[in-house]
Design a protein. Structure first.
Length: 226
């Protein structure tokens, strides 16, 4: 199955979740529920938010199965290749209107990543790892493009890079966190304002925590890309 067919199947399931609410609302709930499942330290506030959202559905068992079907398609898409699947769905639904986001096309993101990552293989060979900073990460298009470029260079992006991403929009920050988590990328994604340096929520991926990147970053001298 190609990515376009997966997107069509995703939208078909999404639009059949609950006819009493909008596709956009169902998409937001899917992203919120999936973010919750990948969050290691679940705060009381996050638990309450998820519970309150789920309680608005009448047939919760059926709804959870449908959301599970969406997650299966997302996993298939990202397993095939790290690409911004959720961003493509978001554009299709028109959920990008709140802050005027425009999700970067994969082809453009990959060209930008290739230019930005020039010489990174030598840096990793010398130091063992490198860091990437994305101050307006959106749904993760540039981060995922970096993963593709690094893979072509023979770099293990699940072990040899660490990513920091920030976005002001809660939804797209969550989308980014979900996608980099599924791709096994060590990362910390912030819901925050890059310009004011105000951060509202911190979302480390399982790979970031498991591989002890907090300690690595404190000990190592490294250059940050982007």
């Amino acid at each position: 199955m190609n990515q376009e067919q997966r997107k069509k199947d995703f939208l078909k399931i999404l639009r059949g979740i609950d006819y009493s609410r909008s596709d956009k609302d169902c998409f937001r709930d899917f992203v919120t529920f999936t973010r919750f499942s990948f969050t290691v330290n679940k705060s009381e506030k996050i638990v309450e938010d998820v519970q309150s959202r789920m309680n608005t559905y009448k047939d919760q068992e059926s709804v959870l199965k449908k959301y599970g079907g969406l997650l299966d398609l997302l996993i298939e898409a990202l397993t095939e290749e790290p690409r911004d699947f959720l961003g493509a769905v978001c554009m299709e639904l028109g959920t990008n209107s709140n802050l005027g986001q425009c999700f970067t096309p994969d082809s453009l993101a990959e060209i930008s990543a290739e230019m930005s990552l020039s010489g990174i293989k030598d840096e990793i060979d010398r130091k063992g790892f490198a860091t990437i900073y994305e101050p307006t990460c959106g749904a993760g298009s540039m981060i995922l493009a970096c993963a593709r470029v690094l893979s072509k260079l023979g770099v293990d992006y699940q072990r040899q890079i660490c990513v920091t991403g920030v976005d002001l929009d809660r939804l797209v920050a969550d989308m980014c966190f979900v996608q980099v988590s599924l791709c096994g990328i060590p990362a910390v994604i912030y819901h925050g304002n890059t310009l004011s340096n105000e951060m509202f929520d911190t979302m480390p991926t399982v790979m970031f925590i498991r591989d002890g990147w907090c300690i690595k970053l404190r000990k190592g001298k490294h250059e940050t890309r982007f």
